[in-house]
Design a protein around this ligand. Structure first.
Ligand code: SF4
Length: 367
């Protein structure tokens, strides 16, 4: 029987090369539910302790997300204003020109972004789209930004083409638990999502995969989503945790308010389960006050989307984010400090049960 007291003992033990904290890939639903059930202070303490063993707690990675093709999506995701199945006032836009995307990327870089994410509302990219998206990857990379794309379902060949063009990350969210998923999406199966993530990983790209909280799912579904992510043979390097944005005209427009502490708990549990991953505070920040965002950072969130729009929904202004960072003493993560190579290396080491050394951040050395 799982005993939450044991987790406390394990997770608060100070890291040392002789006593490495291993990344686990064999979590049970019962263990994850026990984490959710911890007293709030214990859970946050544990998450923050784990967080400090892998990351600088005062650095947050900044990404910018651009919609490169908007609306008229054939999928029926109930939360999404871009689905053609819903009655949302949204003007569809064709695939952007490469030069226009590049201009937005340069602007994002000037504002402090280190990663530029490009999203297209497609079921999957078509053959005729590929040359354009590949060119976008090459051009954005050439100005010194990490690249991420979310284009829907990928086959093996498309994943290989994107990897060869230099795409760093591919985003494909699982959204929720396998059990709750059919109530949210019917036009794409859970297994198809997992297959796309497999193709991305096999092609050598980094995986960005997370989900949405507040769609009417149960606690068991939240645990089920995190179980899927945490038990992948390699954890997604990036784990976006979204709070549902209730857009008028979508089937989820009238969902009840989400209890903020439930959202913060989900961030904390994600941090504990996937300690070396970037946990991203994604959609829904516009509806969070500063105190809630600060608690999310304390719970282990260490990545945000920067910029006034997140695809088609609002996001806090960059000025507001800069002010919040200033109040909290948070700075943008410098990618030289935690390189992709060391990140990959640490995951590989953990997989083969060797001591973790590369990413250890000694919090006691900072004031
Ligand atoms: S979430 Fe993506 S796949 Fe689903 S409807 Fe929206 S754009 Fe299409």
């Amino acid at each position: 029987m799982f005993n939450s007291a044991n987790i406390m003992t394990i997770s608060t033990t100070k890291f040392s090369p002789d006593n490495p904290l291993m990344l686990r890939h064999n979590w049970s639903k019962a263990e994850i539910l026990s984490l959710f059930a911890l007293p709030f202070n214990d859970l946050i303490f544990q998450a923050q302790t784990v967080h400090r063993q892998y990351f600088d707690p005062n650095q947050v990675q900044i990404s910018t997300l651009l919609s490169i093709k908007t609306g008229a999506c054939p999928e029926d995701c109930k939360y999404c204003p871009q689905s053609a199945h819903h009655n949302v006032e949204l003007a569809p836009e064709r695939l952007m020109q490469v030069d226009d995307v590049l201009a937005k990327a340069k602007m994002a870089k000037q504002q402090g972004a280190t990663r530029f994410c490009m999203g297209a509302a497609w079921k999957n990219p078509r053959v005729k789209d590929m040359p354009y998206v590949l060119e976008m990857v090459r051009e954005v990379k050439a100005i010194g930004l990490e690249t991420c794309m979310t284009l829907g379902r990928l086959d093996e060949d498309q994943a290989g083409q994107l990897a060869s063009a230099g795409l760093d990350y591919y985003n494909h969210n699982l959204d929720t638990s396998p059990e709750f998923y059919p109530q949210i999406i019917t036009t794409r199966t859970y297994q198809q999502r997992l297959d796309t993530l497999d193709h991305v990983r096999s092609a050598g790209m980094k995986v960005c995969a997370g989900g949405i909280i507040g769609m009417g799912e149960t606690l068991s579904d939240r645990a089920g989503l995190l179980l899927q992510l945490a038990n992948m043979s390699v954890h997604p390097e990036s784990v976006p945790v979204n709070m549902l944005v209730r857009v008028a005209g979508t089937p989820l427009q009238n969902m009840e308010d989400l209890e903020p502490f439930d959202f913060i708990r989900t961030i904390a549990v994600a941090r504990i389960l996937m300690p070396a991953s970037h946990v991203r505070l994604s959609a829904g920040r516009q509806d969070m006050n500063e105190q809630m965002q600060a608690l999310c950072f304390l719970a282990g969130a260490n990545s945000i989307f920067y910029g006034e729009h997140l695809l088609t929904t609002d996001n806090p202004s960059t000025t507001h984010d800069q002010e919040l960072f200033h109040k909290l003493g948070i700075v943008s993560e410098q990618r030289d400090d935690i390189s992709d190579e060391s990140h990959t290396e640490i995951i590989d080491q953990a997989l083969y049960n060797e001591p973790l050394v590369a990413l250890y951040y000694d919090a006691s050395t900072t004031q």
